[in-house]
Design a protein around this ligand. Sequence first.
Ligand code: ADP
Length: 456
Amino acid sequence: MSIRNRLALQFLLLASLILGGAFITVFALSAGNRTEDFATRLKERGTSTAKLLLQVDEVDEELLTLIEGDNPVGLPGESISIHDDHGRAIFHLGAPAPNELDTALVRRVLSEGLVRGEEAGRREASTFLFANTGERYIVAVSAVDVYGRIRLRVQGRLMTITFLVAQVLIFFVGRFYAQRALSPVQRLIGGIKATSAADLSQRVQGGNGQDELAQLARSFNELLDRLEVTFRSQRDFIANASHELRTPLTVISGQLDVLLLKDRSSAEYADTLRSVLDDMHSLNRLSDRLLQMAQAENNAPVSTFTPVRMDEVLWQARGETLRIDPSYQVDIGMEEVEDEEDLLVQGNEALLRSLVSNLMENACKYSADRTARVALRADRKELRVAVADRGIGIAPEHRKRIFEPFYRVDNTAVTRGHGVGLSLVARIAELHKGRITLDSEPGRGSVFTAHLPKAA
Ligand code: ADP
């Protein structure tokens, strides 16, 4: 069921309860009033008749019957009887009244003064005590409140019809208001539908800028902003990655084409093959890093994290770095730790190795002494791997950007690289709930420090 209909129905239910409750209360009050009113009239009629008979000497039963028979204020189906205090009838008027009141009723009237009741045929009765010059009489009056009941019935019908008509009106008015209230939502839905993955530049309109829908629209637009940034960086990443992959392939095929133009000496073949092999190694490393990047981006390894000893990771990374270029040098210094558990990080060993080896390789690559100085320290909560070099250093304006994928500082263009290493390092640290800090002075060197939380 649509929200519009649901709101209209809820509105109808609520309004019906209130209206129905009000009508029932009014009807019940009217019914009560009518009963009280009629009881008063019965008593008045009985009292005036008793007064005429018992207090006016000139009036006897015959005259009273004559007077009351034509009395315009008489009640429909009226019956009035006057009894002594034993219940024996001394006068009666109208429909036949019992000659004697039953003793139980007489007793009640004598003790309570007034007894009201309803007889067959909707006839209402009042029996009450009437005292006259020391004598006690019992007056019994009954009649049918024809007009009062008709009025009450008409009032009931009118209320029922009003209630039913109101139901229909309330439902449609409710629907109309629900539609009006929901029209900004419809507009929002329209705006959201118009937004597609292909075109994330669209933004939805949120109305007056204050209400909840405006907040929803704002949140949605913020989500779109973030998505747009992510999509754009993914697009850029793919374009950059293909470019980085294509360049060495073009170089390789160019070298081979030139080589095949004519016969060469075996030294020339060997030279070209060595250069091609170099490019192939570099390509290999690039594709490895791209794969690791994809792996780190997917967050997939988090579920497969195990406790990893960082000292071992450091030695393995050193081996990997030295294999890239035997002229590199990596010095590792470690603090003595009492408990080997202090060297554990909860993580993915291959990715942690890649984090460290990338920092080691950069330290060697961007320094004249081709040496990386690595220190491992543990404190209460985290392990710190600091990779320092005495190399070219990094100017402040580049310090943030070097962690972006494919970003390279101009002055390092002569050094081989693809600009992927540090972004991978940062992503791996983030995946392990850690971070990378950088301390660098151009011309003097840099210290990259990986802060990794210890395995609990
Ligand atoms: P790559 O080394 O393949 O170019 P990275 O992502 O590892 O890519 O590094 C990005 C850039 O950061 C490098 O191009 C270089 O300019 C700078 N850089 C990284 N490490 C160092 C370092 N130890 N000393 C000086 N510059 C560095």
